[in-house]
Design a protein around this ligand. Structure first.
Ligand SMILES: NC(=O)c1ccc[n+]([C@@H]2O[C@H](COP(=O)([O-])OP(=O)(O)OC[C@H]3O[C@@H](n4cnc5c(N)ncnc54)[C@H](OP(=O)(O)O)[C@@H]3O)[C@@H](O)[C@H]2O)c1
Length: 288
C-alpha cells in the first residue's frame, strides 16, 4: 500500500499501486503530437516535477511524436523509481499527415511492444492498453485477434497487465472473456458522459476507468454551467472538471496532460477542490 498526499488517494491497477492523480504525457510532443517539443528542457522538467510531486502513474505511447514522449520519459526519469508505473498503448501508428492509422495486426502489435520496451528502457511493460477505434472514437468490431496477440506477449513476460482503450462496452466484454484487464481508457469528461454505465459496471468489478481528454483535450472544456460553478467556488473551470471526475467514481484515475509545470501544480491543487452535493447536482446536468 502506498500513501499519498495527492488528491483522490491511491488505486491498485492489477497489483500495481498508483496515485489516482496521474499524468498524461501526450502533450509533451510537438504540435498535434508530432515531432519534438518546442521546449525540451521544459518537457523534461514537467516529468521530473510529476514524480517529485508524488505521481506514480504516467500514461504514454510510442505513437506520441512518434517515439518522442517515450524518449523524454526515459531521459527525464530513467532509472525509474520502483514506485513509478508507466502505462503505454499499442494499436495505432502515425502517418506523414499526423493521422493515427490503426496498426492492430499481430506483427505490428509485436513490433510496437518491442519498440516501447526499447524507447522506455524497460524489460517489462507495466501495463499495455490495446488502442481500438479511430480518431472519431470507438468503433464496433472484434478485438479477439489483436487482444490474443497481446496476451501472448504477456505470457512471454513482456507485459504485466493489459487494458483496452477507445473501446465499446462489447469490446471490453470480449477482451475480458479472453483474459483479465485492469483498466479501460476511453474519452470521458464532464461534457462527454457516454460511458457512464460502463464506468459503474467496471467499478463493481474493481477495474479502473481512465478518462482521456479529462480537460477536453485539444478543445478545452467549455460550458456555461461549469463556468458558473467555478466562479461561485472561485476556482478555475479545469479544477472543477478534475475534482468532479475524482468524485464521479472511485475507479476513475486521472491522467490530465500538460506541458507546463505551473499547470501541473494548479491541476493537483484544483483536483482537491471540495464540491458540495449541490455543486455536483448542477455539474451533473452538463453532459446528461
Ligand atoms: N487512448 C487514447 O486514444 C488517448 C487519446 C488522447 C489522449 N490520451 C491520453 O490522455 C492524456 C490526457 O489527454 P490530453 O492531454 O490530450 O488532454 P487533456 O488532459 O484533456 O487536456 C490537456 C490540455 O489542457 C491544457 N491544460 C492542462 N492543464 C491546464 C491548466 N491548469 N490551465 C490551462 N490549460 C491547461 C494543456 O495545455 P498546457 O500544455 O498549456 O498545459 C493541454 O492543451 C494524454 O496525455 C494521453 O496520455 C489517450
Amino acid at each position: 500500500m502506498v500513501s499519498t498526499s495527492l488528491p483522490g488517494g491511491t488505486w491498485t491497477l492489477g497489483d500495481l499501486p498508483v496515485t489516482r492523480f496521474g499524468y498524461g504525457a501526450m502533450q509533451l510532443a510537438g504540435p498535434w503530437v508530432m515531432g519534438p517539443p518546442a521546449d525540451r528542457g521544459g518537457a523534461l522538467a514537467v516529468l521530473r516535477a510529476a514524480v517529485e510531486l508524488g505521481i506514480t502513474h504516467i500514461d504514454t505511447s510510442e505513437a506520441y511524436g512518434p517515439h518522442v514522449t517515450n524518449q523524454l520519459i526515459r531521459e527525464a526519469l530513467h532509472p525509474y523509481p520502483d514506485s513509478l508505473n508507466i502505462v503505454t498503448k499499442v494499436g495505432a501508428n502515425r502517418d506523414q499527415q499526423g493521422g493515427w492509422p490503426p496498426a492492430r495486426d499481430p506483427e505490428s502489435l509485436r513490433r510496437s511492444v518491442h519498440e516501447n520496451l526499447e524507447t522506455l528502457g524497460l524489460d517489462v511493460l507495466d501495463l499495455v492498453n490495446l488502442r481500438l477505434g479511430d480518431a472519431a472514437g470507438a468503433q464496433p468490431g472484434s478485438v479477439a485477434e489483436a487482444f490474443e496477440t497481446l496476451v501472448g506477449l504477456q505470457q512471454q513476460g513482456l507485459i504485466r497487465h493489459l487494458g483496452v482503450s477507445n473501446a465499446t462496452p462489447e469490446q471490453v466484454a470480449e477482451a475480458q472473456a479472453i483474459a483479465p484487464i485492469v483498466c479501460v481508457q476511453n474519452m470521458y469528461n464532464l461534457a462527454h458522459r457516454q460511458d457512464d454505465e460502463l464506468i459503474d459496471a467496471l467499478a463493481e468489478q474493481g477495474i479502473a476507468y481512465v478518462p482521456f481528454f479529462p480537460l477536453g483535450g485539444f478543445s478545452p472544456l467549455q460550458s456555461s454551467v461549469l463556468s458558473t460553478v467555478a466562479a461561485r467556488l472561485e476556482a478555475a473551470p479545469m479544477s472543477v472538471a478534475l475534482a468532479w471526475l475524482l468524485r464521479r467514481s472511485p475507479n476513475i484515475l486521472l491522467i490530465p496532460g500538460t506541458s507546463s509545470t505551473t499547470h501541473l501544480r494548479e491541476n493537483i491543487a484544483g483536483a482537491a477542490l471540495p464540491l458540495s452535493d449541490d455543486d455536483l447536482a448542477e455539474l451533473d446536468k452538463i453532459g446528461r
